[in-house]
Design a protein around this ligand. Structure first.
Ligand SMILES: C[S@@+](CC[C@H](N)C(=O)[O-])C[C@H]1O[C@@H](n2cnc3c(N)ncnc32)[C@H](O)[C@@H]1O
Length: 119
């Protein structure tokens, strides 16, 4: 049993947390590969912790944002996300990784990228 803020986690949720802590899988999926920030959490651990301790719509804060693993997973799980970091690079990376693009935005980026592909 694992306790955080007086909330106990057991059973499958506890096992997912333990598996996440011990995971040696490379960090991948979603936008995690955009930039390799040092000393990143395993997304498996972050996902398990968010699912164990929060509900959809809750606000998840990472006060040491780094590569924004927590923010990316929180948004993907339907939570809101906030982060703080002393390093401007972390803020830039987090903004790039969590930017939600509309279909029109995506089409515009594709057109822009295609111009370079054709050269
Ligand atoms: C190991 S990284 C966090 C990685 C992140 N949890 C992830 O999984 O991507 C630690 C971060 O804490 C930041 N940091 C260290 N001291 C800080 C402080 N006093 N205030 C804000 N951020 C700080 C560093 O700039 C660094 O980006």
């Amino acid at each position: 049993m694992f306790y955080a803020g007086g909330v106990g986690v057991k059973g499958e949720a506890f096992q997912r947390l333990v598996d996440g802590v011990h995971s040696r899988e490379p960090v991948s999926g979603l936008t995690h590969g955009f930039y390799r920030y040092p000393a990143r959490f395993s997304p498996l651990f972050v996902r398990a912790a968010i699912e164990a301790f929060t509900e959809p719509g809750d606000l998840v804060l990472d006060p040491f944002l780094g590569g924004a693993t927590t923010a990316v997973e929180a948004l993907a799980l339907g939570r809101r996300a906030a982060g703080i970091d002393i390093n401007a690079l972390a803020i830039f990376v987090a903004q790039a990784k969590t930017l939600l693009l509309s279909d029109a935005d995506l089409a515009s980026v594709r057109r822009w990228a295609l111009r370079f592909h054709l050269r």
